[in-house]
Write a protein that binds this ligand. Structure first.
Ligand code: PLP
Length: 361
């Protein structure tokens, strides 16, 4: 068996150790004589998995007691509307900072729910950088300020997360949650689809201040209310049990590797291999993101010509690399190096980039 050098943007690589454990437990989980998928979601065996996943998230991210941890479905994309439905009251305004396609999508959905404004946008520079914090248009009357901490498509990332802004921050952390420490108490809410850094697709993590959980207007449908899920420990209806099980295993894997600080160190080393190669290439590889906004999760770059981009991607594919195509909206190349992507994969890509340059310059 050979595992691919997997640089997929999402769904993305999962740790070998997690997949092997799941394989071992597939026919007989915890002496139940069945897989986790076949258990009742009301059984003690499943509930232990469900609760442990929430507890591990609390510990790893140091989530204060006055925040709920919800395990929902519908992806980060549903949170684009569900969050304002629950939090943004009539007459209130939410401030959206636009740093890429995902923040634009979040804004578009919020506009259908309530009043919004744009406190900064990097669109006119093709989303190559994160706006200067001092230049953001903030106002204490904003109910929240929405940011996308890592811009999966453009390869930029907010470098600092310790804000002391005039309003609580709401963050889409789909593509960098658990990659570094987060001062959760400076956020009103954090949400993330699991399929980049947390596990498989199908489960969405929402971390939300308790005071924001019960604010949905009375006409909000039951399934779209945070309090529905909070009151029932995210077991109001059938949860995605297998996805939660894998999430729990990935969290255990992160714990064993030094938690978020361990991940941060590992991710820094991985990203440095690729960015050093770009910077040392004399302009052969051109990073999309400005240096001070670079993502440690998605490394985006171009070669000198479209011809060379194509050739690079074709030869990389031949050599066993998967997922290096840039997002269809921006083209070029992108290496997604989430937590579970190994240093060995990054080393192999670095070697490949160096050899390719030697052969084609
Ligand atoms: C992938 C991604 C999304 C979309 O997530 P879904 O779970 O597919 O809805 C949203 N935001 C960011 C930053 C992403 O990377």
């Amino acid at each position: 068996m050979s595992r691919a050098y997997n640089f997929n943007a999402g769904p993305a690589a999962l740790p070998d150790e997690v997949l092997e454990k799941a394989q071992k437990e597939m026919l007989d989980f915890n002496h139940t004589g069945m897989s986790v998928m076949e258990l009742s979601h009301r059984s003690t065996d499943y509930e232990q998995v469900h609760n442990q996943a929430q507890e591990r998230l609390r510990t790893l991210l140091d989530i204060p007691e006055d925040y709920e941890v919800l395990l929902l479905q519908g992806g980060a994309s549903l949170q684009f509307s569900m969050l304002p439905m629950n939090v943004l009251q009539s007459g209130e305004t939410a401030n959206y900072i636009l740093t890429g396609s995902w923040s634009e999508k979040a804004l578009k959905e919020a506009q259908m729910i309530g009043q919004t404004r744009v406190g900064a946008s990097a669109k006119d520079q093709n989303f190559t950088h994160i706006p200067d914090v001092d230049a953001l248009q903030l106002d204490s009357r904003d109910k929240y300020v929405h940011i996308t901490t890592n811009n999966t498509i453009f390869g930029t990332q907010w470098q600092e997360l310790d804000y002391n802004w005039l309003s609580p921050v709401v963050a889409d952390m789909s593509s960098d949650i658990l990659s570094r420490p987060v001062p959760v108490s400076s956020f009103g809410a954090i949400y993330a689809g699991a399929q980049k850094n947390l596990g498989p697709s199908g489960v969405t993590v929402v971390i939300v201040k308790k005071e924001w959980v019960s604010q949905a207007p009375g006409h909000t449908p039951t399934m779209l209310r945070y309090d529905t899920h909070a009151e029932k420990n995210s077991l109001f209806h059938t949860p995605p049990t297998f996805a939660v099980y894998l999430l729990n295993e990935v969290l255990g894997w992160v714990e064993e590797r030094g938690g978020v600080l361990g991940m941060q160190q590992r991710n820094k080393e991985k990203a440095a291999m690729l960015y050093d190669t770009i910077d040392g290439s004399g302009g052969f590889y051109r990073g999309h993101a400005e240096t001070d906004s670079r993502s440690s999760m998605n490394v985006t770059f171009n070669l000198p010509t479209e011809e060379l981009n194509k050739q690079f991607l074709a030869e990389a594919k031949q050599a066993g690399f998967v997922g290096l195509n840039g997002h269809r909206s921006v083209g070029g190349c992108r290496a997604s190096i989430y937590n579970a992507v190994s240093k060995e994969s990054c080393q192999a890509l670095q070697d490949f980039m160096l050899t390719f340059q030697k052969n084609h310059q």
